[in-house]
Design a protein around this ligand. Sequence first.
Ligand code: TRP
Length: 336
Amino acid sequence: MENETKKVMISGIQPSGELHLGNYLGPLRHWPEMIDEFDCYFFLADLHTITVRQDPAELRKRTLTLIAQYIACGLDPEKCVLFIQSHVPAHSQLGWVLNCYTMFGELSRMTQFKDKSARNADNINAGLFTYPVLMAADILLYQPDFVPVGEDQKQHVEICRDIAGRFNGIYGDVLKAPQPYIAKVGARIMSLSTPNSKMSKSQPEGCVFLMEKPEDIARKFKRAVTDSDTERCVRWDLEHKPGVSNLMQIYASATGKSYEEIEREFDGKGYGAFKPAVGEAVVEVLRPIREETGRLLADKAYLEGVYRAGAEKAEYIANKTLRKVYKKVGFLPPAK
Ligand code: TRP
């Protein structure tokens, strides 16, 4: 009963990098709430990932590890549909059809294409160019109400709406155009080594990975850049003390303490006591996730069961949309 009234939401995640503390304390932590509120589809967008060259063994490993990590972070596969994009052929199939309803000009205007082709000048492949079309297919197959997006993906949801609108303009109401959903982002965690840029896997010294060993995490926090002001006290001041404020934010997210409580706790103690304390708090937050991920990765049969069931559920919904689209464009149905 409840399911019937829930709005549908879909999100794809590229298995292209390792998850880090910024991902976790940012959006990931809010996913379990999202699952309670919406009918959620989450998939590992492996088809998208090969638009940039990948090491095959690495991609396989990362896809599996990410599934385990998401479950460990609270994405309960009983409560949402968790699957791998390449296991549901309808994504590629609808992607092809939509290619024929997407204009060269509109794809050329996508900022992410321009950025990525500048960064991968030796591999500006057609997949990179038509990436937004595949993403539109990912979305439209499930007729969702919302797609949670960050700033960088908003343009992709807009083109998805345009493509759906164009298709519907020709064939009637076939594809449901979703709304972008600005998801709760949680804390915006900055790099430990350069606190004025976001924590990112491309700067590993300033980045704490979810699977990192406690001693390595502790070391990174001890080395975290604080600020060169002379007072050397733990005080919230984003503008003048970005390093300390970032650590305070991490500590606050990890422990649930307020900034005032943290200031009081470290009053007169300086950075020497503060930095290791933040490290320890983070180690404790990540410990259960790391242990659970390890346990899940050791249970291949369970993980296979999860992504097999996920693909089956996804495929059932996706194929309904695909069949409708095939019919509308005039494909002769296969003989029974
Ligand atoms: N393009 C998204 C990203 O890089 C991943 C993605 C692929 C996606 N298909 C999607 C996100 C469908 C939402 C819905 O982050």
